[in-house]
Design a protein around this ligand. Structure first.
Ligand code: ADP
Length: 160
Protein backbone atom coordinates (compact mmCIF):
# COMPACT_ATOMS: atom_id res chain seq x y z
CA UNK A 1 0.00 0.00 0.00
CA UNK A 2 1.38 3.46 -0.84
CA UNK A 3 1.09 5.57 2.26
CA UNK A 4 1.86 9.28 2.68
CA UNK A 5 2.37 11.21 5.88
CA UNK A 6 1.02 14.77 5.97
CA UNK A 7 2.70 16.25 9.06
CA UNK A 8 2.06 19.61 10.69
CA UNK A 9 0.93 21.49 13.73
CA UNK A 10 -2.71 21.83 12.63
CA UNK A 11 -3.52 24.42 15.32
CA UNK A 12 -6.28 24.13 14.17
CA UNK A 13 -6.82 22.29 10.87
CA UNK A 14 -8.15 24.67 8.18
CA UNK A 15 -9.83 24.21 4.80
CA UNK A 16 -6.39 24.82 3.26
CA UNK A 17 -4.94 21.82 5.15
CA UNK A 18 -8.01 19.75 4.34
CA UNK A 19 -7.70 20.58 0.63
CA UNK A 20 -4.09 19.27 0.63
CA UNK A 21 -5.03 16.11 2.59
CA UNK A 22 -7.94 15.30 0.27
CA UNK A 23 -5.90 15.90 -2.89
CA UNK A 24 -3.11 13.69 -1.48
CA UNK A 25 -5.69 11.00 -0.70
CA UNK A 26 -6.34 10.76 -4.46
CA UNK A 27 -2.64 10.13 -5.12
CA UNK A 28 -1.92 7.69 -2.30
CA UNK A 29 -3.83 4.70 -1.01
CA UNK A 30 -3.67 6.06 2.51
CA UNK A 31 -2.83 9.46 4.01
CA UNK A 32 -1.88 9.82 7.66
CA UNK A 33 -2.28 13.32 9.03
CA UNK A 34 0.49 13.54 11.64
CA UNK A 35 -0.26 16.07 14.36
CA UNK A 36 3.01 17.26 15.86
CA UNK A 37 2.79 17.06 19.62
CA UNK A 38 5.42 19.57 20.69
CA UNK A 39 6.00 22.32 18.11
CA UNK A 40 8.05 25.33 19.17
CA UNK A 41 5.01 27.57 18.77
CA UNK A 42 2.36 28.99 21.07
CA UNK A 43 -0.67 26.77 20.69
CA UNK A 44 -4.37 27.53 20.97
CA UNK A 45 -5.40 23.85 21.00
CA UNK A 46 -3.64 21.02 22.83
CA UNK A 47 -2.63 17.85 20.99
CA UNK A 48 -5.80 15.96 21.93
CA UNK A 49 -7.98 18.82 20.66
CA UNK A 50 -5.98 19.22 17.43
CA UNK A 51 -6.24 15.47 16.73
CA UNK A 52 -9.96 15.42 17.50
CA UNK A 53 -10.69 18.43 15.26
CA UNK A 54 -8.69 16.87 12.41
CA UNK A 55 -10.51 13.54 12.88
CA UNK A 56 -13.92 15.20 12.79
CA UNK A 57 -12.88 17.11 9.66
CA UNK A 58 -11.81 14.03 7.67
CA UNK A 59 -14.37 11.54 8.92
CA UNK A 60 -16.04 11.19 5.50
CA UNK A 61 -12.72 10.24 3.83
CA UNK A 62 -12.07 6.56 4.40
CA UNK A 63 -8.38 6.61 3.43
CA UNK A 64 -7.34 9.54 5.64
CA UNK A 65 -6.45 8.95 9.27
CA UNK A 66 -5.08 11.16 12.02
CA UNK A 67 -2.32 10.35 14.51
CA UNK A 68 -0.35 12.44 16.98
CA UNK A 69 3.44 12.16 16.92
CA UNK A 70 6.58 13.24 18.71
CA UNK A 71 10.18 13.32 17.60
CA UNK A 72 11.55 13.23 14.08
CA UNK A 73 9.01 13.41 11.25
CA UNK A 74 10.99 10.93 9.12
CA UNK A 75 10.99 8.42 11.98
CA UNK A 76 7.25 8.73 12.34
CA UNK A 77 6.90 8.39 8.54
CA UNK A 78 8.82 5.09 8.69
CA UNK A 79 6.75 3.94 11.65
CA UNK A 80 3.47 4.36 9.74
CA UNK A 81 4.99 2.85 6.57
CA UNK A 82 4.91 6.11 4.58
CA UNK A 83 7.05 6.40 1.46
CA UNK A 84 6.34 10.10 1.11
CA UNK A 85 5.89 13.21 3.20
CA UNK A 86 3.26 15.57 1.81
CA UNK A 87 3.41 19.32 2.40
CA UNK A 88 1.47 22.28 1.01
CA UNK A 89 3.13 25.28 -0.62
CA UNK A 90 1.50 28.69 -0.53
CA UNK A 91 4.12 31.39 -0.99
CA UNK A 92 7.82 31.55 -1.80
CA UNK A 93 8.77 31.43 1.88
CA UNK A 94 7.05 28.02 2.21
CA UNK A 95 9.27 26.73 -0.59
CA UNK A 96 12.48 27.90 1.11
CA UNK A 97 11.41 26.35 4.39
CA UNK A 98 10.44 23.04 2.78
CA UNK A 99 13.62 22.94 0.69
CA UNK A 100 15.82 23.20 3.77
CA UNK A 101 13.75 20.71 5.72
CA UNK A 102 13.73 18.28 2.78
CA UNK A 103 17.52 18.36 2.53
CA UNK A 104 17.86 17.51 6.21
CA UNK A 105 15.16 14.82 6.02
CA UNK A 106 16.85 13.37 2.95
CA UNK A 107 20.10 13.11 4.87
CA UNK A 108 18.31 11.35 7.75
CA UNK A 109 16.09 9.06 5.63
CA UNK A 110 16.91 9.16 1.89
CA UNK A 111 14.23 6.57 1.11
CA UNK A 112 11.41 8.97 2.03
CA UNK A 113 10.40 11.42 -0.69
CA UNK A 114 8.92 14.88 -0.19
CA UNK A 115 5.81 15.57 -2.28
CA UNK A 116 4.72 19.22 -2.29
CA UNK A 117 1.28 20.18 -3.52
CA UNK A 118 0.56 23.76 -4.53
CA UNK A 119 -2.05 25.41 -2.32
CA UNK A 120 -5.32 26.02 -4.15
CA UNK A 121 -5.72 29.64 -5.17
CA UNK A 122 -8.61 30.23 -2.75
CA UNK A 123 -6.51 29.12 0.25
CA UNK A 124 -3.21 30.78 -0.62
CA UNK A 125 -3.64 33.45 2.05
CA UNK A 126 -4.88 31.08 4.74
CA UNK A 127 -2.68 30.08 7.67
CA UNK A 128 -3.63 28.80 11.12
CA UNK A 129 -1.94 31.80 12.74
CA UNK A 130 -3.84 34.34 10.61
CA UNK A 131 -7.04 32.40 11.19
CA UNK A 132 -6.58 32.48 14.99
CA UNK A 133 -5.93 36.21 14.87
CA UNK A 134 -9.13 36.83 12.88
CA UNK A 135 -11.12 34.48 15.15
CA UNK A 136 -9.83 36.24 18.30
CA UNK A 137 -11.04 39.54 16.85
CA UNK A 138 -14.46 38.06 16.09
CA UNK A 139 -13.96 38.06 12.31
CA UNK A 140 -15.99 35.72 10.11
CA UNK A 141 -14.03 32.48 9.67
CA UNK A 142 -16.89 30.16 8.70
CA UNK A 143 -15.84 29.41 5.13
CA UNK A 144 -12.16 29.00 6.10
CA UNK A 145 -12.44 26.03 8.44
CA UNK A 146 -14.41 22.78 8.77
CA UNK A 147 -17.54 23.19 10.90
CA UNK A 148 -16.20 21.47 14.06
CA UNK A 149 -13.24 23.90 14.01
CA UNK A 150 -15.51 26.94 13.68
CA UNK A 151 -17.45 25.69 16.72
CA UNK A 152 -14.26 25.04 18.71
CA UNK A 153 -12.93 28.54 17.91
CA UNK A 154 -16.24 30.05 19.01
CA UNK A 155 -16.06 28.11 22.28
CA UNK A 156 -12.50 29.29 22.94
CA UNK A 157 -13.63 32.88 22.36
CA UNK A 158 -16.56 32.52 24.73
CA UNK A 159 -14.36 31.00 27.46
CA UNK A 160 -11.84 33.83 27.28
P1 ADP B 1 3.88 23.45 10.31
O1 ADP B 1 3.96 23.96 11.70
O2 ADP B 1 4.55 22.13 10.12
O3 ADP B 1 4.19 24.42 9.21
P2 ADP B 1 1.10 23.80 9.68
O4 ADP B 1 -0.03 23.16 10.42
O5 ADP B 1 1.22 25.28 9.79
O6 ADP B 1 2.37 23.04 10.19
O7 ADP B 1 1.06 23.38 8.16
C1 ADP B 1 1.16 22.03 7.75
C2 ADP B 1 1.37 21.99 6.25
O8 ADP B 1 0.21 22.51 5.59
C3 ADP B 1 2.53 22.83 5.73
O9 ADP B 1 3.10 22.15 4.63
C4 ADP B 1 1.88 24.10 5.28
O10 ADP B 1 2.64 24.76 4.29
C5 ADP B 1 0.59 23.56 4.72
N1 ADP B 1 -0.48 24.56 4.69
C6 ADP B 1 -0.86 25.39 5.69
N2 ADP B 1 -1.87 26.18 5.30
C7 ADP B 1 -2.15 25.84 4.01
C8 ADP B 1 -3.07 26.33 3.03
N3 ADP B 1 -3.90 27.34 3.28
N4 ADP B 1 -3.06 25.74 1.80
C9 ADP B 1 -2.19 24.74 1.55
N5 ADP B 1 -1.29 24.25 2.40
C10 ADP B 1 -1.26 24.79 3.63
Amino acid sequence: MTIALYPGTFDPITNGHLDIAVRASRLFEKVVIGVYDTPSKDLMFNTEERVELAELSVKSFTNIEVKPFNGLTVEFASKVGAKAIVRGLRIGADFEYEREMALMNNKLSPEIELVCLMASLKYQYLSSSRLKEVARLDGDIYDLVPEPVAKALKKKRENR
